[in-house]
Every structure is written in C-alpha cells, then in structure tokens.
Design a binder for this molecule. Structure first.
Ligand code: FAD
Length: 423
C-alpha cells in the first residue's frame, strides 16, 4: 500500500514536471538501478518510467556516451553505412522519460545491502536491480590474445564501436588478392546469423573493390547455425569463388604476429586480416556478482519476471541470460526481455499481480549484400508446466529468397527498435 502511495505521488510529480511534451526527473518513489544501456537495459529503463507514470525512479548506469547498435554494424564493415548511422544519443531517455543517466561503470553489487558501487567511487541504493551488461569474451581460451597489444591488432568487432571502424580500416588497407579469415565460436554466442552476414558484407565489398580477394569462414560449429541454406546460396552464387566455408574449425590459439589461427583438429590458417569472434559469456559484472549459475557462463532467470534464480530483487536481461529453447541472443529479444521485465518490476513494486503468460517475438534480418536481405522470425510463449519460454509451433519462418524489399524492412526495423528503445 505504501508503495502504491509512492507511485501516485510520483505520477503527480511526473505530470507536473511535463516540459515540452517530455517528463522531467521524478525524485520520489521506489528506486530501480539498471546496469547497462544496451538493447535490454535501455528498454527496461524507459518502460519502467512510462508504465509507472514516472512513479518509480530509474538510474541507468552506462559508461558509453552514446548507444551504438550492433544490428546494422556489419554494413559499416561492408562500407555501405557509417558508424554515425548506427549511433544514437541517450538524451531522450533523460529528457522525455526522466531516467537518471549515470555515465559510469558498476564494479560491484551488494545484493544484501541492495547497493551497487561505481568505478567513480559512488554508491547507488536500489529496491530492484536490473543487470543487463551484454556479453564479455572468454579470452582465457585463446592464450595468444592475452599478449600485450594482441587485442588491438586482431579484432572481434562483436561490440559495435571503435573496433567496427578499425576492422573496416584493416579491410581497406588489405591488398587485392588478400585473405580475410573470420573465426566463429561454438553456439551459444551473441547473434547466431551475425558472422555469416558479416562474411557477406566483406564479400560484397571485395566484389566491388578487391575482386581477387577471399573470405574464409572458420566455424567451430558443425554447420551454419542460422539461415544456412540462404547464406550458402549467397556464397555459392552471388559470391562464387570468393567465399569459402569450413565447419568444425574450433580455434584454440592465435599467433598474432604471424597472422595465423590455430585449431583443435585442423591445419593452421594464415590470412591478411584476421577477425576472431571469441567464445562468450555473460558480461563480467554478472559473472563477478555470482549471477552466472549455468556453467559459470550464463545467468538463470525466472522467465515471468527475469528475476535471478540466485539473487532476490536482482533481474538479469538480454545476452547475459541462460536462454530458453529456441531463443536467440539478439537485440530484438533483448528489447522484449526489457519490456517483460519492466512490466513485472512495475507490478512487483506496486503490489500488482505479475503477468503469468508473457508472449513475445523475434525477427532477425541479415543483409547478404548492401541491399538484399533475408529474415528469420519466431514467437515465444511462456509454458507454465516447464517454467520456460517455448517457441509457438507454426509461428514465424524464414525468407524464401534474398530480396530488396526486405532490405527496406530491415532498415525500418532498425529505426523502429532504436526509437522504441531510446526515444
Ligand atoms: C555484428 C552484430 C550484428 C547483430 N545484428 C543483429 C540484428 O540484426 N538483430 C538483432 O536483433 N540482434 C543483432 N545482434 C545482437 C545484438 O546486438 C545483441 O543481442 C544485443 O546487443 C543484446 O543486448 P544487451 O542489452 O544484452 O547487450 P548490449 O546491447 O551489448 O548492452 C550492454 C550494455 O551494458 C554496458 N555495460 C557492460 N558492463 C557494464 C557495467 N559493469 N556497468 C555499466 N554498464 C555496463 C555496455 O557498455 C553496453 O552498453 C548483432 C550483434 C552483432 C555483434
């Protein structure tokens, strides 16, 4: 009851604080702290403010100045987009929704005292904490990548930003006739179709600017993990003779100076440009806080609320979680986690019932050239008996063939989800 009262007071303040259509920061009500302003965290922050009528205070801790999207970032590597095209400021979360943006990094979580500590030294108290730090890389599996300077030379570009631009520059500097070799880790990893889309983007660039060059895909998985027939068709027909795919190639080390990949069972591969996408786990802060209960890699959650299975009042979202069957680690899915969790957190903080039947979808577009696109879509529904999200039988599907119309849809999807997450 007390919390309901807080909410009413907060919503009155929110209404009074309306400035040119945007709400100013509400200074009362229960406190939510969100770690990470990516697809999951920024969405949760915005929707908690909206769905509580600004009655819940939300602090979003994020070290980056801007939101830089991984979706569409492969087009920056292909050269048809610039990094500015995938960059959005956080301003509207503050101006329009009254989210308190804290430009810092969380270094520790005390779930008994309900406090997070920031790198800058400050502490933030919370009633509910949302942990959405995305992924971090398992560098310990690639000894050569831990030598000084190695990670500046051999790039992953699997977090959009400086590395995306730097990988594009490495491709521009590569001589025609050179080899670009990309390694893919065993699933699960962030964005199952992402590496194959990247191979198409690099091949698209080579076919226009460096036609004697080659794209070599070295995949730890047995076969292409997403949209396989569609990607293979693009490599066989559109990029004939330029793209080579090798499955069951698990990288165990990188000779950075010799630009050589070493594998569990296969011969070494030397290339002009290496792009190593390492194995991944939940973001460091989630692992360090003891939330990564599945193989010390991913965080198990209750799919009704996204509350951690091991820490009360702590929710985990996005790429950091142990996924349900058929659930990809995608930006679209992270956005859906954000909204489901926002609704649950508002309910829990205002003594309302939590929705017992969450249903959401995923759509993932991949550019096989600068214009033509293929998609995969699915619908996911909570199963009360199994306490997990299951793919709805017969839902979704994949494109019949790559086409330019879906290229327009894909860019509209991106504009829409950026607005939904940040505007
Ligand atoms: C090349 C590529 C292409 C992709 N294409 C698509 C696509 O087309 N469609 C799609 O749906 N998905 C796509 N994805 C996947 C998508 O980017 C991720 O699934 C999504 O970003 C996950 O959202 P998240 O919020 O969990 O993590 P992120 O978006 O990575 O956000 C995590 C945030 O947490 C912050 N953070 C980390 N640690 C801390 C800390 N200690 N304190 C404070 N902040 C912290 C980080 O700075 C970051 O901003 C792609 C990914 C890649 C790499």
């Amino acid at each position: 009851m007390q919390r309901r009262h807080f909410l009413q007071t907060g919503s009155a303040l929110g209404a009074l604080g309306l400035v040119s259509g945007c709400a100013t920061l509400g200074g009362q009500g229960p406190k939510v702290v969100v770690i990470g302003g990516g697809y999951a965290g920024a969405t949760a922050a915005k929707y908690i403010r909206m769905w509580s009528n600004q009655g819940i205070q939300v602090s979003l801790v994020e070290p980056s100045a801007n939101f830089i999207s991984c979706p569409i970032s492969n087009l920056v590597i292909g050269g048809s987009k610039k990094i500015e095209d995938v960059t959005t400021p956080y301003d509207n979360l503050v101006k329009c929704h009254g989210v308190q943006l804290v430009r810092d990094r969380v270094v520790s979580v005390d779930s008994d005292k309900r406090l997070v500590k920031l790198a800058g030294g400050a502490e933030l108290a919370y009633d509910r904490l949302i942990v959405s730090p995305g992924v971090d890389f398992m560098w310990e599996t690639l000894p050569g990548m831990n030598r000084p300077g190695a990670q500046d030379q051999v790039l992953h570009a699997w977090k959009a930003g400086a590395q995306t631009v730097a990988l594009r520059q490495q491709l521009e500097a590569m001589p025609d006739g050179g080899v670009f070799a990309m390694s893919i880790p065993l699933a699960p990893y962030r964005c199952p179709p992402g590496p194959y889309e990247r191979a198409c983007q690099v091949a698209d660039y080579f076919s226009k600017a460096k036609p004697k060059s080659k794209v070599l895909i070295l995949d730890a998985n047995d076969d292409v993990t997403s949209k396989g027939p569609l990607f293979k068709k693009a490599w066989a027909e559109r990029y004939k003779g330029m793209v080579e795919y090798r499955g069951k190639h698990n990288v165990t080390d990188v000779d950075v100076a010799g630009k050589t990949l070493k594998f569990e069972f296969n011969d070494d591969v030397k290339a002009n440009v290496l792009n190593v996408i390492p194995s991944m786990r939940a973001g460091d802060i989630a692992v360090k806080s003891g939330l990564a209960t599945a193989n010390k890699r991913w965080c198990e959650v209750d799919f009704l609320t996204f509350e951690s299975k091991v820490a009360k009042n702590v929710h985990v979202l996005g790429d950091s979680i142990q996924i349900a069957p058929g659930m990809p680690k995608s930006g679209h899915m992270a956005n859906q986690h954000g909204k489901t969790c926002a609704a649950a957190v508002v309910a829990l903080l205002t003594d309302q019932p939590v929705n017992t039947l969450p249903i959401y979808n995923n759509t993932c577009y991949s550019f096989v050239s600068a214009e033509e696109v293929v998609h995969v879509a699915s619908v996911h529904r909570y199963d009360a008996a199994q306490k997990t999200m299951l793919t709805v039988p017969g839902s979704g599907g994949v494109s019949a063939a790559a086409n330019a119309l879906e290229g327009h849809y894909a860019l509209a999807w991106a504009r829409n989800i950026w607005a939904d997450t940040l505007a």
